[in-house]
Design a binder for this molecule. Sequence first.
Ligand code: PLP
Length: 405
Amino acid sequence: MEKTKALLERYKKVMVPNYAPMEFLPVSGQGTWMTDVEGRRVLDMAGGIAVLGLGHCPGEVVAALKEQSEKLWHVSNYFANLPQIELAELLCQLTGFEKVFFANSGSEANEAALKLARRYAFDKLGPEKNQILSFHKSFHGRTLFTVTAGGQESYRKGFGPLPPQMVYGHYNDCKDLEKLVGDQTCAIIMEPIMAEGGVYPATAEFAQTARALCDKFGALLIFDEVQSGVGRTGSLYCYQQLGVEPDVLTSAKALGSGFPVSAMMTRDRFAQTLQPGTHGCTFGGNPLACATAKATLELISKPELLANVRDRGAQLVAGLHKLNDRYQLFGQVRGLGLLVGAELNATYQGKAKAFVNKALAQGLLLLVAGPDVLRFAPSLAISQAEVALGLELLEKGIIETLKEL
Ligand SMILES: *Cc1c(COP(=O)(O)O)cnc(C)c1O
């Protein structure tokens, strides 16, 4: 661990201390496996926080990136470019949306969605229609607007004054939603499966109520699929399983297989709000990013890959239930496809991080979603044998954790 310690010292000296990196310093990755500076190999079921939909360094995406890197990197949005046109066409074809705006991160895609909703309401319905409804525990990014839209107070603390006219409802509570939406509402922003907040899938009834209220009051329904999108839940986008169509859809994390790229998709009639000069993004639609994202989407939208997400997700959930039968750890196992959360029961409140650290010592990389939930977001191409191995390593980690608690 000497190399790791020395490198983390150097990191600490020069990096803003907003992150607390783990004692595992990756140097390479292939598929579902990652190797650190000490030569340790781990099974990666964290997937760079749901970013590595195809695992580390997927060959066809690497090839697309290499090819584009020798042609054209950047042109600015004074020009259109071929990869951008092709990616936008593919997204529209796969989702049924009509217009796309590109940016680099989930926050920026959500920022664009929220600005679109405010501006659309301002232009069509007057300046008083400006209230945005989101949900407690939700996460929409770290810019001032998106962190205010998010429902985690600690992330907003001390950064005020914050953008006004934001209200928060309780997720999956239809009665609460009905009370909060009205003439002043210009948008509802929600994750169809609340990821960072603890992996809570929206009920179909809740999503349908949000849709009906938006229709009734002329508000835009924004689905933040930054984490749930690009195959993660077993359909290309999660809303495609919910039977509810949003007006605006945002996508990021897995869209570029780890290359920074994001998209906001919407209908033509809303898109017309963003005329030249209203919004922009220097790197948005960059040829390198778009070539990478196009190669990613072509692979992830394949029915066999999406079927693997559903099958491996079911295998993982069944395995977690089995572990629970043996060790009585979890109050609930939730999720959809390969976004799975196992919530620790009252006995192990606040101990998620301890389980994750012990799993890592056994060679398994996991995530938390808050202090009480173990989160799994592995490569969507993970094999049956790898999921089985992950469960074995997790069990060893559990045994070690229980010795110390
Ligand atoms: C990660 C995430 C974001 C923020 O994305 P960044 O790329 O970090 O800006 C927004 N919404 C959801 C649901 C996320 O999971």
